[in-house]
Write a protein that binds this ligand. Structure first.
Ligand code: 7RM
Length: 649
């Protein structure tokens, strides 16, 4: 039996960019995409050299575009630049000076706008605050903040002086902060008293205090006053952001940094439970996020761009802060939850600010569908011209809903595949050039040599599933796992020597389009058939009663693995026993008997990470009847697990 992944659910709808959209687009035709892609693959040094010159401001030009000593890459070797200067200073000498850089709305409803000039001033001042508190180039700084402009200011201020930030998502516990403090050996923490989430205050400072209990390295905690909740102050260690800002100068020269100087570490949960610190550096990362933001979101001067990701996730780094600001765009930030105070908050924001480009996650889209069409339909969403998704495969039903109900049938959708490790988007439509197919991330971005291979590293034929790899280095790639080069090598470069293994399963169709079928670790093996999780989940979600589904394997004596589906239902649907059989039959009809779930378990909610990814690893343990043993620090809501264990059957 072959080791490839089978595919049974074939989606045939194709959506071409409209003439109107294409005419205005920065890359207006498939031919133009193909030409640039060819160039980027045939002469990568020439291509990236040209892009780096055109898109970024350098203090000193590089000597060598790429130094590749597999698996270690250095980009723009010898070049000097500063990320904060690229995101701010270079926009001040022209009409962008008084353009909004950030428009922010807090969950309770306050509004703030920072122009490029104002943001620059705040960043310079805060960079001086960091210096005043003895931060030096190369020092690690933990940022644990709500979604507010000061989070971006803190990141940019670190970048300005060459300090290495590590943003910890504001929804994580003190345990998670502790792990990251230890691993990064940070000496300063930037936080806030609290942040708003669903009307309640998240006690950020309290969590930091907890995490710092036996810590001997952290000398300073800078606290931004956001929620006015009461906090404890440790004299000699804790200082207020606003007080510190009173003492400093509004001028701060950006440090000319080496292209390979570290910009940030971002931790992702590894399978062993020990967090992996993904390291990104300066020149290559900035070029990667700048060029992808520009062409994938087709940024025009008058756009109001909203990526709803939290800054604690890589999407927040690359596509809320660095990518848009480097392009001189206006980035919109919202502090709180999509269902507060009502289920229409996002649509209210889009209408109120006339958002033009909206980028969110499939998990959010499935929640919107579950809540019902009346919420978006009650708002004027006609300002939107482009939609995007990231984080998981989007099932075709959700794609069509997004396209119709949110996009009014007129907005292209960019389904962008990438990872914390890749730094920027890798496989994606270009909205004016590449026809889309619901559920496919379509084609590789410039310079990305992606392939689907079997165990031996050989490319598989069209429509046969395999492992997704990248066959050459790209500018925004991770450089290592912080403090663990051996793990870096083993994790990403050992399955297929010389090639980067993504950990994802995928297939390419007859047009070369990529269809991501989920994490390889989640692939099922049912009676010798290897099935990706995403197709069975898509089939389930295409049933009118189902809101969301997660499919896992359970050890089975006869078949190797039995298919277990965890399903949440749309609002107003009851979990009748006959529905269980209907859903099993539905999958058999859509895909084939081989994929028919042995068990369908109804749940109130599925366990997810804070960025909305379903944690199938935990469901697997539950399906097998065992206890959940692995790392749960990235789980959004621990109660979900308890409820699942107690759920019917
Ligand atoms: C940006 C981000 C990475 C993993 C990745 C995939 C999955 C992300 C898509 C997707 C299908 C997509 N970083 N993934 N985007 N799967 N289609 N458009 O998500 O490090 O948190 O996760 O997410 O499995 O490997 S991440």
């Amino acid at each position: 039996m072959s080791n490839t992944i089978e595919s049974h659910l074939i989606e045939t709808r194709v959506f071409k960019p409209s003439d109107g959209f294409a005419q205005r687009a920065l890359i207006p035709s498939l031919d133009q995409y193909r030409e640039l892609y060819q160039q980027s693959i045939q002469d990568p040094d020439g291509f990236w050299s040209k892009q780096a010159t055109e898109l970024l401001l350098w203090r000193k030009k590089w000597d060598t575009v790429l130094k590749w000593e597999a698996p270690f890459a250095q980009w723009f070797v010898g070049g000097k630049l500063n990320v904060s200067e690229n995101c701010l200073d270079r926009h001040l000498n022209g009409p962008r000076r008084n353009k909004a850089a950030i428009i922010w709305e807090g969950e309770p409803g306050e509004v703030r706008t920072l122009t490029y000039q104002q943001l620059h001033r705040e960043v310079c001042k805060f960079a001086n605050v960091l210096k005043r508190n003895r931060v030096q180039k190369g020092d690690r700084i933990i940022i644990y903040m709500p979604m507010c402009p000061e989070a971006a200011i803190a990141m940019l201020a670190c970048a300005r002086i060459g300090a290495v930030h590590s943003v910890v998502f504001g929804g994580f516990s003190s345990e998670a902060i502790k792990d990251r403090l230890n691993d990064s050996q940070a000496k300063l923490v930037i936080t806030a008293d609290g942040g708003y989430r669903r009307g309640a205050i998240v006690p950020l400072k309290k969590n930091v205090d907890e995490a710092l209990k036996d810590n001997t390295l952290v000398e300073r905690v800078i606290v931004f006053r956001r929620a006015n909740n009461e906090i404890a102050i440790t004299e000699g260690r804790d200082v207020w952001w606003h007080r510190e800002m009173e003492y400093v100068d509004p001028q701060c020269e950006p440090e000319a940094l080496d292209s390979e100087d570290p910009l940030y570490i971002l931790y992702t949960s590894g399978s062993t439970g020990k967090p992996k610190g993904i390291l990104h550096t300066t020149g290559g990362y900035l070029l990667g996020v700048t060029i992808t933001s520009k062409y994938i979101f087709d940024l025009h001067e008058d756009d109001l761009y909203w990526c709803s990701a939290d800054i604690g996730w890589v999407t927040g780094h690359s596509y809320v802060v660095y990518g848009p600001l480097s392009n001189g765009a206006t980035t919109f930030m919202y502090e709180g939850a999509p269902n507060w105070p009502e289920l229409d908050r996002f649509w209210k924001l889009i209408e109120k600010y006339a958002i033009t480009v909206f980028y969110t996650a499939p998990t959010a889209i499935r929640a919107f569908i579950r809540w019902g069409d009346s919420y978006p339909k009650g708002h004027d969403l006609s300002s939107l011209r482009l939609l995007g998704t990231v984080g998981e495969p989007i099932n075709p039903e959700a794609w069509i809903w997004y396209h119709t109900v949110i996009g009014g049938g007129r907005c292209p959708i960019v389904d962008t595949w990438w990872q914390t490790e890749t730094g920027g988007i890798m496989i994606t439509p270009l909205p004016g050039a590449i026809p889309t197919k619901p559920g496919s991330a379509t084609l590789p971005f410039f310079g990305v040599d992606a392939a689907v291979v079997d165990e031996t590293g050989k490319e598989v034929p069209p429509n046969v599933g395999g492992k997704l790899i990248i066959r050459r280095p790209w500018p925004s790639m991770l450089r290592t796992i912080w403090g663990d080069e051996a793990r870096y090598e083993k994790q990403y470069w050992s399955d297929f020597p010389g090639y980067y293994f993504t950990g994802d399963g995928a297939r390419r169709d007859e047009d070369g389009y990529f269809w991501i079928v989920g994490r390889i670790d989640d692939v099922l093996n049912v009676a010798g058939h290897r099935l990706g999780t995403s197709e069975i989940e898509s089939a389930l979600v295409s049933h009118p009663s189902v809101a969301e589904a997660a499919v896992v394997g359970r050890p089975d004596e006869l078949k190797g693995q039995a298919v277990v589906a965890f399903v949440t239902l749309k609002q107003g649907t009851t979990a009748l026993p006959e529905l269980r059989d209907q859903l099993r039959q539905h999958v058999a009809t859509m895909i084939g008997a081989i994929a028919r779930p042995d068990d369908v378990r109804f749940a109130e909610a599925l366990p997810k990470t804070r960025s909305g990814k379903i944690m199938r690893r935990l469901l697997k343990e539950i399906a097998a009847g065992g206890k959940v043993t692995g790392d749960t620090t990235t789980l959004e809501d621990l109660n979900v697990l308890a409820a699942l264990r107690g759920s019917d059957e």
